[in-house]
Write a protein that binds this ligand. Structure first.
Ligand SMILES: Nc1nc2c(c(=O)[nH]1)N[C@H]1C(S)=C(S)[C@@H](COP(=O)(O)OP(=O)(O)OC[C@H]3O[C@@H](n4cnc5c(=O)[nH]c(N)nc54)[C@H](O)[C@@H]3O)O[C@H]1N2
Ligand SMILES: Nc1nc2c(c(=O)[nH]1)N[C@H]1C(S)=C(S)[C@@H](COP(=O)(O)OP(=O)(O)OC[C@H]3O[C@@H](n4cnc5c(=O)[nH]c(N)nc54)[C@H](O)[C@@H]3O)O[C@H]1N2
Ligand code: SF4
Ligand SMILES: [Mo]
Length: 735
């Protein structure tokens, strides 16, 4: 007879998702048998999404790779198992060889993004910081344009507690699909509706969220600016604006008012947006009369060449009606206000000069001063300290042979910008938490850039499409096999992630990989990497906590989070009292900052990108219900990849003679993709829809034809604009 001893562990889902769910796993005889939501977490309230419930299948998937492997020749699919020793030696030797060849590490490139947002996963960045300056993919593909828009208007990306959306009297979901992409928020929206709130959804697609709305407004893609300006004009015509608020707390109202009077009419706005004038009236009444109004501008909304400008136009009537700074109302998007509260020890290694309090674990203190460290040509410092422990500082400008900083390339234009790097060229690439070959715009352009690389390392769970370009695969652990801590870019809850099971196979966490590679580098060339080579994962987690976060979480020790997650005592209402973080301290309808960036100072109308006769249909590639970007979709429990289709509207289908199930080809100047069609009333005329993220046998390589244009904003805060992914135009024929 087998005795079963069940144990339960706490986790956080570290995916790029609003919810950052708290999970409880059950382990029987060393095997994780079940996951469920943690009822102690006030935002996720004991429930996961379908993807979360599928974690056991991900952990034990037969397709998961749990040993280091080498592919030879690259792209052949001939992978053979190698030892960690061989993998790390090969990589370390390559890095050192490139450093010798070029006199710096700029020929080494890191491309990491949103596969895992756990704090310890930033060890990858820390590891490279500790070697010297490299080439780094920077920028962000989610939210850059909308983020800049908010910064121009408000001064910072702060928002109120999303749980308080339950107190709103009207809710406008503008280009966001939370019924799929932020499922837990729907609870708070439903609570508001149960109290009588009105829900409006504005989206070109009739989404699962739209299906729940009181009003659904099917806006023409990219014409949200016109619609919002029409709302502003309607409010102005009736004198419904909050004059006191505008006088006290808003900069640029006279200029904006005169723009509205000169250039905008309700009829024009409705016509541009492709909606009935009544839709403008409904929105205006809700904002002006049914306060507090919560306006959530989504990320989908701003993936356009005029996306940032449209976000500014939408927030303008919210400011005109004084819908800011009140519980339950205001502007929602996403926010880093609580996201950054922990220390990022791993990412920011080595400690900055003069920093104190970098006690990582007993016996290892990084003081950042570099005491006793000899600079090493080409970057890095010589290791000192306890046995096997390396502490030191990042190579700085002025050190012999050291460049002045990391060389940034736009992650959203990666292939082209890597190819443009010549002095020195990029010769090695490290890919982690990144579905480069499925998630990047114009993925076929990767081919040439990858051809330059002498070594490509991929750290992942699966042989993703990116694996085709890789030489060495390193197997990563899942959140159920490691310690970690993650904060949300949406809610205020703090939890912790503990390992429930031993690493599956030989997999290692990104942190362990960083420590082990650092040790190997130093074995081959002492002092070549100052990233710590010892310390347990739990000690690294412990070191992320600060006295401030303990106060906010009302705990004295991180281990208290093993009993239950805590809600941070963070201000519930943002912009209370009309104090904004802009240069003027006001809400800036007129933004000098925007003007300095070469953008209009006012939220004026900017037309969207238009199709050409050759490629007359807009292709939207919105986010999936059953995947987080490229993750989860391929799991059998979630249906595998067989449901990838292109949805097309009935009128167009009729004209083309397409019936559901027929194979069609979508094409544009970048390439072509063949996939089955599905006729759907969800999609408006002249728009095609294929959800993004599919990969695997039979899945379309949709990003072969997506991309090319960039958003209007993004450079101010994230350094680079984002891809205007939803301004993709294609043609179609039946096979
Ligand atoms: N289940 C699931 N959840 C996720 C993700 C996922 O892949 N799957 N991804 C996560 C990530 S990385 C992100 S960035 C967020 C994205 O979260 P969302 O912003 O909700 O997702 P999107 O699918 O990009 O876009 C939302 C909606 O915008 C609409 N839209 C497109 N263009 C326009 C326009 O011009 N005007 C208007 N009004 N609407 C428009 C689309 O039709 C779509 O329905 O979700 C996160 N959560
Ligand atoms: N056509 C189209 N393309 C898009 C979008 C769109 O709307 N349409 N959306 C864009 C957006 S908003 C985003 S955010 C990007 C997202 O694109 P990415 O940032 O690439 O995100 P994911 O696909 O979630 O994850 C990438 C990989 O991380 C791996 N991973 C998971 N956990 C770990 C770990 O612990 N360690 C390591 N090393 N790897 C791990 C996963 O297995 C996966 O293969 O896609 C963009 N691409
Ligand atoms: S993907 Fe999002 S909703 Fe699903 S379990 Fe993870 S954090 Fe929760
Ligand atoms: Mo994203």
């Amino acid at each position: 007879m087998v005795t079963v001893s069940a144990k339960r562990f706490r986790h956080l889902c570290p995916r790029n998702c609003f919810s950052t769910c708290a999970i409880i796993s059950t382990v029987e005889n060393g095997r994780l048998v079940r996951v469920e939501g943690d009822p102690e977490h006030g935002f996720t309230r004991g429930r996961l999404c379908a993807k979360g419930y599928a974690y056991p299948q991900l952990i034990y998937s037969r397709r998961r790779i749990t040993v280091p492997m080498r592919q030879y020749p690259r792209g052949s699919g001939h992978w053979h198992r190698i030892s960690w020793e061989e993998a790390l030696t090969t990589i370390a030797a390559k890095i050192l060889e490139l450093k010798g060849r070029y006199g710096s590490l700029l020929s080494v490139c890191l491309n990491k993004q949103s596969g895992n947002f756990g704090y310890l996963h930033y060890a990858v960045e820390g590891m490279f910081n500790a070697m010297g300056y490299i080439t780094r993919a920077e920028g962000n593909s989610c939210w850059s344009a909308g983020l800049d828009a908010r910064i121009f208007d408000l001064g910072a990306d702060r928002q109120s507690d999303p749980e308080d959306m339950a107190l709103a009297r009207s809710i406008v979901l503008w280009g966001v699909n939370p019924a799929w992409t932020a499922v837990h928020q729907m609870h708070f929206i439903t609570m508001a509706r149960e109290q009588g709130a009105t829900l409006v959804v504005i989206d070109p697609l009739y989404t699962a969220t739209a299906a729940q709305a009181d009003y659904y407004i099917q806006v023409r893609p990219g014409e949200d600016g016109a619609l919002a300006l029409g709302v502003a004009r309607y409010i102005l015509e009736r004198g419904w604006q909050d004059e006191d608020f505008l006088r006290e707390y808003v900069l640029g109202w006279p200029e904006f008012r005169s723009y509205l009077e000169r250039e905008v009419s309700v009829v024009w706005a409705a016509e541009k947006a492709g909606v009935a004038p009544e839709a403008v009236a409904v929105l205006a009444k809700l904002l002006a009369w049914y306060k507090p109004a919560a306006i959530w501008t989504g990320m989908g909304l701003q993936r356009h060449t005029n996306g940032g400008q449209n976000v500014r136009a939408i927030t303008a009537p919210a400011a005109m009606t004084g819908n800011l700074g009140q519980p339950g109302g205001g502007l929602y998007y996403a926010s880093q206000q609580t996201w950054n509260l922990l220390k990022y020890n791993a990412r920011d290694w080595p400690p900055p000069p003069g920093a104190t309090g970098w006690v990582l674990w007993p016996g290892v203190v990084g003081d950042g001063a570099g005491d006793g460290l000899e600079p090493v040509a080409g970057g890095g410092s010589r290791p000192v300290g306890a046995a096997g422990v390396v502490a030191g500082r990042q190579a700085r400008a002025g050190d012999p042979g050291v460049a002045v900083g990391h060389r940034p390339v736009n992650t959203n234009d990666f292939a082209r910008q890597v190819l443009a790097c010549t002095d020195p060229p990029v010769k090695m690439l490290w890919v982690a938490s990144r579905g480069l070959a499925s998630q990047d715009p114009l993925v076929t352009s990767l081919e040439e850039a990858m051809g330059l690389m002498e070594t490509v390392v991929l750290v992942d769970h699966f042989l993703t499409p990116t694996a085709r370009f890789a030489d060495i695969f390193l197997p990563a652990t899942t959140p159920f096999e490691e310690w970690d801590v993650v904060l949300s870019y949406w809610h205020y809850w703090l939890g912790i992630n503990q390992p429930a099971i031993a690493p599956v196979g030989e997999s290692r966490s990104d942190l362990e990989i960083a420590m082990h590679l650092s040790a190997k580098m130093n074995e081959l060339s002492p002092g070549s990497c100052t990233f710590p080579t010892s310390g347990s994962q739990e000690e690294w987690v412990a070191a992320e906590f600060t006295p401030e976060i303990y106060v906010l979480a009302d705990i004295r020790d991180y281990r208290e989070l093993l009993d239950r997650p805590r809600k941070l005592a963070w201000p519930r209402v943002s912009w209370e009292g009309g104090k904004f973080a802009t240069p003027s301290g006001k809400y800036e309808l007129c933004s000098e900052q925007a003007q300095k960036c070469g953008l209009p100072s006012l939220p004026v109308y900017v037309p969207p990108a238009a199709p050409s006769p050759a490629y007359p249909y807009r292709l939207l590639t919105s986010h999936q219900q059953l995947g987080i970007n490229s993750q989860f979709l391929h799991l059998g429990w979630l249906g595998g990849s067989e449901r990838a289709t292109v949805l097309l509207p009935p009128g167009l289908a009729r004209r083309l003679g397409v019936r559901s199930g027929m194979q069609v080809c979508l094409y544009n100047a970048s390439g072509e993709v063949v996939l089955p069609a599905m006729v759907s009333r969800q999609v408006p005329e002249d728009v095609l829809l294929c959800y993004q993220g599919w990969y695997g046998p039979g899945a379309p390589e949709i990003n072969a034809i997506v991309g090319g244009l960039m958003t209007d904003m993004g450079s101010y805060k994230t350094g680079f604009p984002a891809p205007a992914l939803y301004d993709t135009f294609v043609n179609i024929y039946v096979l």
